[in-house]
Write a protein that binds this ligand. Structure first.
Ligand code: ATP
Length: 133
């Protein structure tokens, strides 16, 4: 069966270089499933889980925004930060979620509230992806 190459890259360096049968990503335009031979496209990503399906197993990755570039034989994900499920520090994510919730309750200005909401979404995504292991 044909596979598609997947590279996930952040400013800190590569997070994963692997092959998958199918890549499922949450783009700003909705969820997409990418199989080998997919037409070329670029889309902004939501903060959410990226799923790499290979055989009967799935590798889940928390991806915090950025872009997905699809070419027929390779998918590249460029994100500010991304973590494989196995590398997520769950205690840190839970603490980050609590801090972000408290910041949201503190009713600061709009910018601080937006930053806290993004922080909360990153933490929730990490917790969700950790639980999908
Ligand atoms: P925190 O408040 O815990 O730092 P954050 O959402 O502000 O969370 P980011 O700015 O998105 O963190 O990430 C900073 C760096 O720390 C990135 O390299 C990211 O992959 C890593 N990171 C953040 N949270 C976790 C976590 N829970 N487990 C593993 N790595 C994490």
């Amino acid at each position: 069966m044909k596979t598609i190459k997947v590279n996930i890259v952040t400013p800190d360096g590569p997070v994963s270089e692997t092959e998958a049968d199918m890549v499922i990503a949450a783009t700003e335009f909705g969820e997409i499933g990418v199989l080998p031979g997919h037409i070329a496209m670029v889309a902004p990503l939501q903060i959410g889980a990226l799923r790499l399906k290979k055989g009967s197993s799935t590798v889940n990755v928390a991806v915090h925004g950025g872009f997905i570039e699809v070419r027929p034989d390779v998918v590249t994900v460029l994100a500010q930060s991304a973590e494989l499920a196995e590398n997520i520090d769950i205690a840190r994510a839970q603490l980050a979620a609590r801090r972000a919730e408290e910041a949201l309750k503190a009713k600061q200005n709009d910018l601080e509230a937006q930053l806290a909401e993004l922080h909360l979404r990153r933490a929730i995504t990490r917790i969700k992806v950790y639980e999908m292991r």
